[in-house]
Design a protein around this ligand. Structure first.
Ligand SMILES: [Zn+2]
Length: 196
């Protein structure tokens, strides 16, 4: 009888633990963006910002207009379109220019300017794991930089050039990767990175 009680307690315990784990980590293993958003080479604050962007939880002006917090949702970077997550990342002319410069830097041939499609592209690309992780870190850094610059325009009325934004993005990613250098990087990828 004692054994039966022990077994039932053990089973109950195991069941509860697995349910608890699922509650704590509800979707990260099942969504297409998790590996890109939570990539080890991403700077954590960049991952967090990209996560908010992917979930469309950033307080973009289209949302603020919907909640009647503001009465004009024009993009602060271009003043020509409604500011939304899709517009900022990266359909706004300012953001598209940054993305183009980043792609030229990496010799990255990819046509889309939509964040969700870029993330899918990285996930499916037939490239080395090192390159995938570096592309993830660059996109996360660029999302962070563009949102930061948008906030500077809002609060300080200043907007740095796309050249400066791209330079900061490149420097942040290169420094992070040198600090977090992964194992088993091929000679070819090492040479490619050193030439960046
Ligand atoms: Zn814009």
């Amino acid at each position: 009888m004692k054994n039966l009680v022990d077994i039932s307690l053990f089973t109950l315990d195991k069941h509860t633990t697995s349910q608890g784990y699922r509650l704590l980590c509800p979707i990260t293993d099942r969504v297409f963006w998790s590996k890109v958003v939570w990539c080890r080479l991403n700077i954590p604050k960049h991952s967090f910002m990209m996560w908010l962007a992917v979930l469309k939880r950033l307080k973009t002006r289209d949302r603020l207009l919907r909640f009647q917090v503001i009465d004009n949702a024009d993009c602060l970077l271009c003043s020509r379109n409604i500011e939304s997550v899709d517009h900022l990342f990266f359909e706004c002319p300012y953001s598209t220019d940054c993305l183009e410069k980043i792609k030229q830097w990496l010799n990255w041939s990819m046509r889309t300017t939509l964040l969700s499609r870029i993330i899918r592209w990285i996930g499916k690309a037939k490239i080395s794991k090192f390159k995938k992780n570096l592309f993830s870190a660059v996109i996360a850094a660029l999302v962070y930089q563009i949102w930061h610059n948008r906030n500077c325009k809002l609060w300080l009325s200043t907007l740095e050039s796309t050249d400066v934004a791209v330079l900061k993005t490149k420097d942040a990613v290169k420094y992070r990767i040198m600090c977090m250098w992964p194992r088993n990087v091929t000679k070819r990828d090492i040479d490619w990175f050193n030439a960046l």
